[in-house]
Design a protein around this ligand. Structure first.
Ligand SMILES: CCCCCCCC/C=C\CCCCCCCC(=O)OC[C@H](COP(=O)(O)O[C@@H]1[C@H](O)[C@H](OP(=O)(O)O)[C@@H](O)[C@H](O)[C@H]1O)OC(=O)CCCCCCC/C=C\CCCCCCCC
Ligand SMILES: Nc1ccn([C@@H]2O[C@H](COP(=O)(O)O)[C@@H](O)[C@H]2O)c(=O)n1
Ligand SMILES: [Mg+2]
Ligand SMILES: [Mg+2]
Length: 205
């Protein structure tokens, strides 16, 4: 949902940074790689220790590299299949680090099995959401639908985790992760139904 409504706004917001990087001769692939490293290190260095606020600040500082790399590629007229593949594959690494960092904290020092299980459910279901689109695209179909696309999932987990780091009760994170897991599951079904419709229509033609 956010992807649809906020993409144009965020593209405009980050165009000056993208222009600056292009002038410095930096390639979009480097931005994709450094962004993923920053997100993953931020998540895995801070979240397992329960440092939710600083972890979220570091992750947020790097997560928008995913918007900047695409803007740069289009600006330089070098959008490529390789770039799209690298971008999507590394997205999965960053997303796994974020939810994985929460799993590590709650399965260990945080001692909350319910929160650990919910963070794990969000990690797994989020990956299935992404796979359901990638597989559809690999078969020549589209699955660009769903109430919990990547931007929605990231905003939900980062805003809530950051606020818990500032003192918001953990029960709010429990509720948000539970809702996110359900929304991700619904998104999987929305995508399956979309692809089924396309596959059946194509078979009938
Ligand atoms: C007091 C609280 C303390 C904590 C403070 C921090 C709060 C943090 C708040 C927000 C963080 C928001 C993070 C959101 C990041 C979203 C970035 C993003 O997703 O950008 C990438 C995306 C490019 O898309 P891709 O084509 O690369 O992605 C594809 C897609 O993701 C598919 O997903 P799927 O659904 O299938 O899983 C994949 O299939 C595919 O593989 C993949 O390639 O760009 C956009 O989507 C652009 C729109 C981004 C909209 C973000 C909205 C953020 C809203 C509010 C943020 C407020 C923070 C303001 C910071 C301002 C900084 C100047
Ligand atoms: N290293 C990269 C990263 C991205 N691209 C191209 O941008 C598209 C994704 O754009 P976003 O705004 O969603 O990040 C991607 O499909 C590629 O075409 C690239 O070429 N190299
Ligand atoms: Mg990108
Ligand atoms: Mg991406």
């Amino acid at each position: 949902m956010l992807n649809r409504f906020a993409r144009a706004l965020f593209t405009r917001l980050f165009t000056p940074i993208a222009t600056f990087f292009v002038r410095l001769g930096i390639s979009p692939d480097v931005v994709t790689l450094v962004g993923t490293l920053g997100v993953s290190l931020g998540a895995l260095a801070f979240y397992p220790r329960g440092e939710f606020f600083w972890g979220t600040v570091v992750i947020t500082a790097f997560v928008f590299s995913d918007t900047i790399d695409g803007v740069m590629a289009r600006m330089m007229n070098r959008s490529s299949n390789w770039g799209a593949y690298l971008d999507s594959t590394l997205d999965r690494v960053g997303d796994s680090a974020i939810f994985g960092g929460l799993v590590l904290y709650y399965a260990g020092k945080g001692e909350d099995n319910l929160l650990a299980a919910l963070a794990l459910a969000c990690l797994i279901l989020g990956s299935v959401v992404s796979y359901s689109k990638a597989r559809a695209e690999g078969l020549g179909m589209t699955a660009n639908v769903g109430i919990a696309e990547r931007a929605d999932r990231l905003v939900a987990v980062l805003v809530t985790t950051g606020l818990v780091g500032l003192g918001l009760p953990e029960v709010v994170l429990t509720v948000v992760l539970a809702l996110l897991a359900v929304a991700s599951l619904i998104t999987v079904f929305q995508r399956i139904l979309t692809v089924r419709r396309q596959a059946l229509t194509a078979a009938a033609e």
